[in-house]
Design a binder for this molecule. Structure first.
Ligand SMILES: Nc1ncnc2c1ncn2[C@@H]1O[C@H](COP(=O)(O)OP(=O)(O)OP(=O)(O)O)[C@@H](O)[C@H]1O
Length: 234
């Protein structure tokens, strides 16, 4: 029996140092109208749960959007040592999901339409969609247009969409803001379970993630237009 069959994925990764970084950034730069916002010479992020910190306006959301494949950039973004965002755009995007901090969607679409559209793009099976809708108990309001949703309702829809399909990496920008306590616990549970199944997470938060109880493996900081690993004692 293979090691993967008897050990959780995250333990296999830990025991196998030859396993590639989940995410590699090389000579990555991002500018807006000629103004440099990010310049990351070379970074390898190991599989795991990682906390991304940074002061307002330092570039966390920009970095997430670049890694999610939503913004043009210069340089290399590589998933699992094999899926290059530029050279394998579909394979890469099937494996990297993104939940925005304050999601904005076309107001006339229903939550149901949005979720099913993302589920189709991410090749998510119906039972996965149903299970997430059920866990967040959102079925009732999904039939109405998102323009009528509260910020917490919108956030739940965006978190559901971020877990659809078979991602290797999920980027969650401020995943805990605007959610009620029950939903906050559920998100932490989904992250923990996802990690045990081999999904890695990059979580941005201005709150201290060490208080969430999640096994955060490293802390990264966006500052001075770059990304660095910072000392961390969780
Ligand atoms: N579409 C855009 N056009 C021009 N400049 C932008 C754009 N989006 C972001 N910026 C600028 O890029 C910089 C980084 O912004 P970003 O939203 O990535 O920061 P952040 O770290 O996520 O901030 P916060 O913690 O407030 O969410 C800021 O100076 C911002 O003004």
């Amino acid at each position: 029996m293979s090691r993967e069959r008897i050990l959780p994925a995250f333990l296999c990764e830990f025991l196998n140092p030859s396993m590639p970084a989940i995410l590699t950034l090389q000579n990555l730069t991002k500018s807006y109208s000629g103004r440099l916002v990010l310049s990351v010479p070379a970074v390898d992020i190991a599989p795991g749960i990682h906390w991304l910190k940074g002061q307002n306006g330092f570039g966390k959301t920009t970095l997430f959007k670049v890694i999610a494949g939503l913004l043009p950039y210069a340089g290399t973004v590589l998933l699992d040592g094999q899926f290059d965002l530029r050279r394998h755009p579909v394979a890469y995007r099937l494996r990297v999901n993104y939940g925005e901090a304050e999601p904005v969607y076309p107001e006339f679409l229903t939550g149901w339409e949005l979720i099913h559209w993302v589920a189709t793009a991410k090749q998510a099976p119906q039972h996965q969609v149903d299970a997430l809708i059920d866990r967040f108990a959102v079925a009732d309001f999904l039939k109405t247009p998102v323009g009528t949703y509260s910020s917490g309702m919108l956030k739940k829809v965006s978190i559901i969409m971020a877990f659809l399909g078979n991602p290797r990496l999920i980027l969650l920008d401020e995943p805990l803001i605007t959610l009620d306590q029950q939903a906050t616990h559920l998100v932490a549970e989904l992250i923990q379970t996802g990690r045990e199944q081999g999904i890695s997470f990059l979580l941005s938060s201005h709150q201290d993630f060490s208080l969430s109880g999640l096994p955060v493996e490293s802390v990264w900081q966006v500052a001075q237009q770059t990304l660095t690993l910072v000392p961390h004692t969780v």
